[in-house]
Design a protein around this ligand. Structure first.
Ligand code: AVJ
Length: 315
């Protein structure tokens, strides 16, 4: 795991335009900061999707086309703290559906928390946590032959480039069967005055979240980053529809990383690209789905039309 982390960091920091992989945001501290981000007034995404889940619960369940007499698996990719999903779990359980809930997350820590909280709030729901990254778990999905509903919520797909998203959804489809469903939560393209503050909250939590990556490299890879010498710098352009986060070097500096045995040089104002958050519309999603086995069958949006949960069916 550390080996992989060091390797990705070295590859990213050796590029002419430096990058770091966003999946390493989520250590214990990063998980907690992301929970705080979701509570920031500027971060509309979670509230919008929560609105969809609370006001359209019955329609969402209907769209799964599940049969109350047939057991199915409800698999959630990147479950996080599962607040939205608990609405759904509660309704499915009271209505007598037969299912297991399989949350998949890269953070062992948030999976444990989720399991504990669900044991208390919804003791009748059977929870089977799976620890790993999305690509790793694709294979294990195939081992069961029960009908499946996959949840990929919260704009988690937004961290993938279109090419990666397309490849991922292709592979996910290949591991599912005809009629299986995917509920995909996407943030919709909208103007910069709404999107940008969501990635640059006034309290500075998103900044801390981004800079936490430097702390993590210091702690786990023996790096010598001075977190005070880097500045959180997000960008968003509506034409492209992608919010991008950068860490900007406040001065000319060098950083050593024990785990890679190398020194990396930063110019004043040089940026490390740490994350993309892709925003969607029907066209973009259709293009991404073109080479996959999924088709869009329904779209659920919040009142402001900021966010959409797309119900995709495996053909
Ligand atoms: C967890 C990927 C949905 O991109 O909106 C929030 C992560 N990064 N603020 C997003 C994030 C900065 C978030 N996702």
């Amino acid at each position: 795991m550390i080996e992989q982390f060091a390797k990705s960091v070295d590859i990213g920091l050796s590029k002419p335009e430096k990058t770091l992989p966003s999946k390493y945001f989520y250590d214990k501290n990063g998980d907690a900061l992301f929970v705080e981000i979701m509570n920031m007034p500027e971060y509309y995404l979670t509230r919008c999707e929560m609105e969809i889940f609370s006001t359209q619960t019955a329609a969402l369940i209907e769209s799964f086309q599940a049969d109350k007499n047939t057991y199915f698996e409800l698999i959630e990719l990147g479950a996080g703290d599962g607040t939205k999903t608990s609405k759904l779990l509660e309704a499915l359980s009271t209505e007598g559906y037969q299912f297991d809930y399989l949350p998949v997350d890269i953070s062992k820590n948030s999976l444990d928390q989720l399991q504990t909280s669900l044991e208390q709030s919804l003791p009748d729901v059977s929870v089977i946590p799976k620890h790993g990254d999305y690509f790793e778990m694709l294979g294990s999905i195939k081992d069961s032959h029960h009908p499946k509903v996959v949840l990929f919520l919260g704009s988690n797909i937004g961290n993938m480039t279109d090419a990666v998203a397309s490849d991922f959804l292709y592979q996910l489809g290949a591991n599912l069967s005809k009629g299986d469903k995917l509920l995909l939560g996407t943030d919709l393209i909208k103007s910069a005055d709404i999107v940008l503050p969501a990635y640059n909250d006034k309290k500075g939590i998103t900044s801390e979240f981004n800079i936490n990556l430097l702390h993590r490299m210091n702690a786990e890879l023996g790096a010598s980053f001075d977190p005070d010498e880097f500045v959180h710098a997000p960008e968003y352009c509506i034409d492209e529809g992608i919010a991008k986060s950068y860490l900007l070097s406040a001065r000319k500096q060098s950083v050593e990383i024990e785990a890679t045995g190398k020194t990396y040089h930063f110019k004043e104002g040089e940026k490390i690209h740490t994350e993309i958050s892709r925003k969607y519309n029907d066209d973009i999603l259709s293009k991404i789905l073109a080479k996959t086995d999924f088709e869009i069958t329904q779209k659920f949006t919040d009142q402001n039309n900021y966010f959409a949960d797309y119900l995709l069916s495996r053909n």
